[in-house]
Design a protein around this ligand. Structure first.
Ligand code: G3I
Length: 464
């Protein structure tokens, strides 16, 4: 990858500084890489394709500096994961509270990230008082809620999930309090109210299990078609994409296309791909393939405007609490290491990586080192090596060695301790990432200089 120029290069430098801050937060002092040394982020790669790549987030994690270092640098879009919902934004009738959601919006603004608002009308996370509103008053209550919430965020939210999850799997309307007390017209009324409250926000209908062509997505399709015919203001549909390993619907791209052909935008709004835990290499590889398929399907349709993961780290996902025994659904692990699913998205968005794997070991265990050049430009490059314990027992330390045959150097290095002797580079674990359970991984990274060819070396891992 050649060196980015102008504003893009400054953004890259800022992203690198933030990533290094995250490394420091887990306890290792490293020198900051030069501004030449940054690999592009998913947000930057997506932007180069005219898309965004974002993450949902929730308030408690904003206090975790290792978490926010990634959230603030890797993504160019944020979705408010919980705190714009009614139970937070209108906890009692007519009393609005934007304290928590404002914190997320301020974080996004401070990091140059666009915001998807989520969500103005949903049957879930409703405070009890809503169920007690008399039928004749609920339309007014809903309109007032939308006017206040979308009004408060006018100009600060680029997309609103106006109505969320209004259909059952068979395509009939979900019997929510809004459906029961207002009737079929409540969705159109919500969109009209949202347009009045924030004329510039793009207004979305958002649902799950509508990624492929099926009875539920057909119902959504028919509704959007009829809204367009009637002039009801709808701008997009959100396909949540809470998917299961190996089960990306074969009709995903075709489905995106049919909505685009109706004249609305499409967004992948809540992507995660869950598996039975624990992870292993085969599941990781399938998950990477699945993330790649979803990313490619979006890129294949011009009106697919972006992708949002439903939080980015396996340590902060909703899945394990709702699907016991399942998880590992995201693109970073619990320790903020990038997973194969991250690299699949990275490559699908146009980033270049090169991989080599060599296995060796001692003590009857073993480890692999997967070496990637994640960014390369005139005079410099950034590399990352993922170490995996391939043995059956826990290891307490590892060493990775490779030879730089073309006069390259290794400069700043994080998540490991390096020594260089002539052309040979040796990296040992840092004091916090040598201990790996069977199949556990950790990743270290570095920047370096190269003046000519920079072939991928054979990196050898030993468990010592
Ligand atoms: O805030 C309370 C906290 O005070 C309390 O200590 C804790 C104890 O359980 O609960 C906290 O509330 C939880 C809330 O998330 C905030 O973390 C709720 O119990 C929990 O049910 C709620 O779950 C959210 C879920 O929506 C509710 O259905 C998830 O975080 C959120 O990620 C999830 O997001 C939804 C989208 O909005 C719509 N699409 C599906 C997606 C996944 O379910």
């Amino acid at each position: 990858m050649s060196a980015p120029a102008g504003r893009a290069r400054r953004v890259l430098a800022a992203a690198t500084a933030a990533a290094v801050t995250g490394t420091l937060a887990v306890g290792m002092a490293v020198a900051a890489p030069s501004s030449e040394a940054a690999a592009p982020t998913l947000g930057q790669l997506a932007a180069a394709k005219g898309r965004y790549f974002g993450s949902a987030t929730d308030n408690p994690t904003l206090n975790n500096s290792a978490y926010t270092a990634v959230l603030g640098s890797e993504f160019d879009q944020i979705t408010v994961g919980n705190t714009q919902k009614w139970m937070y934004s209108e906890p009692s009738r007519g009393r609005f509270d934007f304290t928590q959601a404002d914190q997320i919006v301020a974080f996004a603004q401070a990091h140059d990230q666009i915001v998807r608002g989520h969500t103005l009308v949903w049957h879930n996370q409703l405070p009890d008082w809503v169920n007690g509103v008399p039928a004749g008053e609920l339309l007014g209550v809903m309109r007032n809620h939308i006017a206040n919430v979308a009004g408060h965020y006018r100009g600060k939210v680029v997309h609103w999930d106006v109505v969320n999850e209004a259909f059952e799997e068979d395509g009939t309307r979900r019997q929510s309090v809004f459906q029961q007390k207002i009737g079929d017209s409540y969705i159109a009324e919500a969109f009209k109210a949202a347009r009045a409250a924030d004329p510039n926000a793009k207004l979305y209908y958002n649902d799950y299990n509508v990624e492929g062509i099926n009875a539920k997505s057909d119902a959504m399709y028919n509704m959007v078609k009829s809204f367009k015919q009637q002039g009801i203001p709808i701008d997009g549909v959100g396909l949540q994409a809470h998917l299961i390993l190996g089960q990306v619907p074969g009709t995903l791209q075709q489905n995106i296309k049919r909505f685009a052909d109706l004249g609305v935008d499409v967004a992948i709004t809540e992507l995660d791909i869950r598996m039975r835990t624990p992870r292993d290499a085969a599941k990781d590889a399938q998950q990477a393939a699945d993330y790649r398929t979803v990313t490619n399907a979006c890129l294949a349709v011009t009106r697919c405007v972006g992708i949002t993961v439903w939080d980015f780290s396996d340590g902060y996902s909703w899945i394990p609490s709702v699907f016991p025994g399942e998880g590992a659904a995201l693109i970073y692990d619990e320790n903020f290491n990038k997973k194969p699913s991250y690299w699949a998205v990275y490559e699908a968005l146009g980033g270049t990586t090169t991989t080599t794997t060599t296995t060796t070991g001692n003590n009857g265990t073993g480890c692999t080192a997967t070496y990637r050049v994640v960014g390369q430009w005139n005079g410099g490059y950034q590399g990352e090596v993922t170490v995996r314990n391939t043995g059956a027992v826990r290891i307490t330390g590892w060493t990775v060695k490779w030879t730089l045959a073309q006069g390259q150097t290794v400069g700043s290095l994080w998540n490991g301790v390096s020594t260089t002797s002539g052309q040979e580079v040796t990296v040992r674990n840092a004091n916090y990432n040598g201990n790996l359970a069977p199949n556990g991984t950790t990743t270290f990274g570095f920047t370096g200089s190269s003046t000519g060819a920079n072939p991928v070396p054979t990196a050898v891992c030993t468990t010592a």
